[in-house]
Structures are given as C-alpha cells and as structure tokens.
Design a protein around this ligand. Structure first.
Ligand SMILES: NC(=O)c1ccc[n+]([C@@H]2O[C@H](COP(=O)([O-])OP(=O)(O)OC[C@H]3O[C@@H](n4cnc5c(N)ncnc54)[C@H](OP(=O)(O)O)[C@@H]3O)[C@@H](O)[C@H]2O)c1
Length: 103
C-alpha cells in the first residue's frame, strides 16, 4: 500500500510515520513537505524523526519518499510523474499538516 502523508515534519506526522514504517503492508510513504528540493525535503523529514527519537532500519528509511510541495499551488506544486503515481497507487491520504505562514 502507498500512503500520502502531509505534515511529516511535525509531531503528529512523525508518530504516524513511526506506525506506518512497521506495517509490512505499507510499501511507500510519500511525504510532501516545504522544501526547495528533494534533498532538503528528505533532510527535513529525517531531522524531525531523529529529533523525536524515531530510529529506523535501512529498509524502513527506503519506504519514505520525501518531496517538496506547496499547499498554495495548483496540484500542490507536484510533478506530473508524482501526480500520476498518486492517482494510480496511493490508497490513503493522511492530511495532518496545518497551514501556517511565517511573517
Ligand atoms: N500532536 C498531537 O498530539 C495532535 C493530536 C491531535 C490533533 N493534532 C492536530 O494535528 C495537526 C498537526 O499537529 P502537530 O502537533 O503535528 O503540529 P506541528 O508539530 O506544529 O506540525 C505542523 C506540520 O504542518 C506543516 N505546515 C505548517 N504550515 C504549513 C504550510 N503552509 N504548508 C505546508 N505544511 C505546513 C509543518 O511543516 P513545516 O515543518 O514546514 O513547518 C508541520 O509538518 C494540528 O492541526 C493539530 O491540532 C495534533
């Protein structure tokens, strides 16, 4: 199963990842987060998990696919490839990000 999780850098998101990573039926957790590119997205999710004491095996790490997104943009600013994957494979959408702008 493929899951789509917003808010992965937050407290609740980290707890949800901690549950999903242990579920053998979950093959991928797509984590769209605020970031300039995929590398930064991955680093932000990893930093949040580490700060919250979630440690994972390499196989569990590979389940997490972090990517940049923008809640204010059409199609969340996601690429056509990602949107295609979401349409074809994602079975659950877990939306726990809040919508906060920093001034
Ligand atoms: N924590 C709990 O125990 C708990 C329990 C029940 C319900 N809730 C509810 O669940 C929601 C999340 O709670 P939380 O404790 O996880 O909050 P949190 O730790 O403050 O995390 C908030 C998340 O929302 C994201 N976010 C904020 N503004 C955004 C924006 N403009 N665009 C995209 N993402 C944005 C943050 O991303 P950045 O890292 O980019 O800021 C972060 O991932 C809240 O509505 C809360 O009331 C929480």
């Amino acid at each position: 199963m493929f899951k789509f999780l917003t808010g992965a850098t937050g407290a609740l998101g980290a707890n949800i990842i901690d549950v999903l990573r242990k579920d053998p039926s979950v093959s991928e957790i797509i984590c769209p987060v605020r970031a300039k590119d995929e590398q930064e997205a991955r680093a932000r999710v990893e930093a949040s998990l580490t700060a919250r004491g979630v440690s994972m095996s390499d196989a569990e790490h590979r389940k997490i696919k972090s990517m940049p997104f923008n809640l204010g943009k059409a199609d969340l600013g996601l690429s056509k490839d990602v949107l295609g994957q979401i349409r074809n494979q994602v079975t659950s959408f877990i939306h726990v990000s809040i919508f906060k702008y920093h001034c």
